[in-house]
Design a binder for this molecule. Structure first.
Ligand code: OOG
Ligand code: NI
Length: 458
């Protein structure tokens, strides 16, 4: 019997991202309002900033903008993390980067599942910030044992999803109808449940230990807790949010506003209080929130070191967590310190602070084969034979992520844990190593240089 061909994992991810967005919009109407606001703002920005529009057309980002979003989940066990890794692999997503949130008082460590090749990212840049609860950080031994047994009992994947993961691994992919069924089954893992698996009192005990612990342990599964669209002007959306009945957190996380955006800026609105049926009583729980992000150029290790240094200097000078009361001063300090970070692409490139993509120009192609044609990368750029565009940052930032967690978990989250970063333990749970994001950016940059050189010098 002829077998039907496999669907590309990139297409499955694209379909899954859309299905997730539809589900979340039905469940959290404010997400729909935020998406509409972001789309409206992006249209305005593209109409008024022709050089940004040209840049995004050239890199292709303009085509993926409408379907660009990230989500976040929090898992409870090594089995859940390893299995979610297999589930995401069916959609062409790999664990990229390691983020330790314990310095900020959040008892998790995390990775971001995403596509790794620029071509796949172009089809669907969908990412999921995935955290693993560190149960060893629960101080009370009885509560730890209770959490352990509650997590050991739950089954967050449907039998159908598990079977299709195995089938995809065995056959090297899924055909169209199995891929559709996989999307339907996989979606169930991320769904919100109106009922908890514990009593009201047990929930309270978990929550007293840490609200995040309750959010993971008391529920049937790792409900998606936000979906974040990408905006081209985060300040504009932040300012427009109150007019739409959405209250944003006090400060935008990440770098200050610049002409040439770097890395990632994010802001969120507070988690909603939602009714929950505990096994013995009615109550409520807040976990789900909204967030928007603006993405800029990816930084090299040197650029990232400068970013971290300036961010830390500004925060040290502030002397406290950024909050409503000190927000204005924080913005001032950030702008002041970031004067030291060049704000144009030419300087960033010359100083090796950021990654770029190279494109052969008409002029360069016309000069192909001529005797006086420039031969080095720098000479080709200088002669206008190659254009340079910023390579977009596809990942997350630990300090920003901590700020997003905290704005939704409240003051209690701001204690410090003695335990520190443990990437080896995380990778053991995951069952594989995480991918180094810097290597990915450098490979993408190199591929664009190679392609360009071939086209021009062949
Ligand atoms: C994840 C918080 C971090 C981001 O975009 O950095 C985050 C969570 O709350 O589970 O969303
Ligand atoms: Ni997020």
């Amino acid at each position: 019997m002829p077998t039907t061909p496999h669907v590309s994992p990139d297409e499955i991810r694209k379909g899954f991202s859309k299905a997730m967005s539809d589900m979340y919009r039905d469940e959290v109407p404010l997400y729909g309002a935020l998406m509409a606001l972001v789309a409206e703002t992006n249209t305005q920005v593209l109409a008024s900033d022709s050089s940004l529009a040209r840049q995004l057309r050239r890199t292709g980002e303009i085509d993926r903008l409408d379907r660009e979003r990230h989500g976040a989940i929090r898992l409870g066990t090594a089995f859940e993390l390893a299995t979610i890794g297999r589930l995401f692999a069916v959609m062409g997503m790999q664990p990229v980067g390691y983020y330790d949130l314990t310095p900020a008082g959040v008892p998790v460590h995390s990775t971001a599942f995403r596509a790794v090749h620029e071509r796949s990212l172009q089809t669907s840049p969908f990412r999921v910030f995935t955290s693993l609860l560190r149960l060893e950080l629960i101080e009370n031994p009885e509560l730890r044992a209770f959490a352990d047994s509650a997590l050991a009992k739950r089954k967050i994947f449907t039998p159908g999803a598990l079977a299709l993961i195995e089938q995809a691994e065995r056959d090297g992919g899924l055909n169209a109808s199995d891929a559709d069924e996989f999307i339907r089954q996989a979606l169930e893992t991320f769904r919100w449940h109106h009922s908890a698996t514990v009593t009201g009192q047990q929930y309270q005990q978990l929550s007293n230990q840490h609200r995040l612990i309750a959010d993971v342990v008391a529920f049937k599964g790792p409900h998606i807790n936000h979906l974040t669209p990408r905006t081209l002007d985060i300040d504009q959306v932040q300012a427009a949010m109150p007019g739409k009945g959405i209250t944003p957190k006090a400060v935008i996380e990440g770098p200050p506003r610049r002409h040439c955006p770097i890395l990632l800026r994010q802001t969120s609105f507070k988690a909603l209080d939602e009714p929950i049926a505990f096994t013995d009583a009615k109550g409520s729980h807040s976990a789900r929130f909204g967030e928007i992000e603006q993405r800029g150029v990816a930084l090299t290790p040197k650029g990232r070191a400068l970013y971290d240094q300036l961010l830390n200097a500004a925060r040290d000078e502030l002397g406290a967590f950024p909050n409503e009361a000190n927000a204005e001063r924080y913005v001032q300090l950030m702008e002041q310190h970031f004067q030291a970070f060049p704000d144009n692409h030419t300087q960033m490139r010359e100083q090796g602070l950021a990654y770029f993509r190279y494109y052969a120009t008409e002029q360069g192609l016309a000069a192909r084969g001529q005797a006086d044609q420039p031969r080095t990368l720098e000479a080709l750029v200088a002669a206008g034979h190659m254009d340079v565009e910023p390579l977009v940052y596809e990942d997350f930032l630990p300090v920003s992520a901590a700020g997003i967690f905290q704005s939704n978990l409240g003051e209690a989250a701001q204690s410090h844990y003695a335990a520190n970063s443990n990437q080896a333990e995380f990778e053991k749970a995951l069952g594989r190593q995480t991918v180094d994001e810097l290597k990915l950016y450098s490979e993408t940059q190199q591929r664009s240089i190679d392609e360009c050189t071939r086209a021009l010098l062949g």
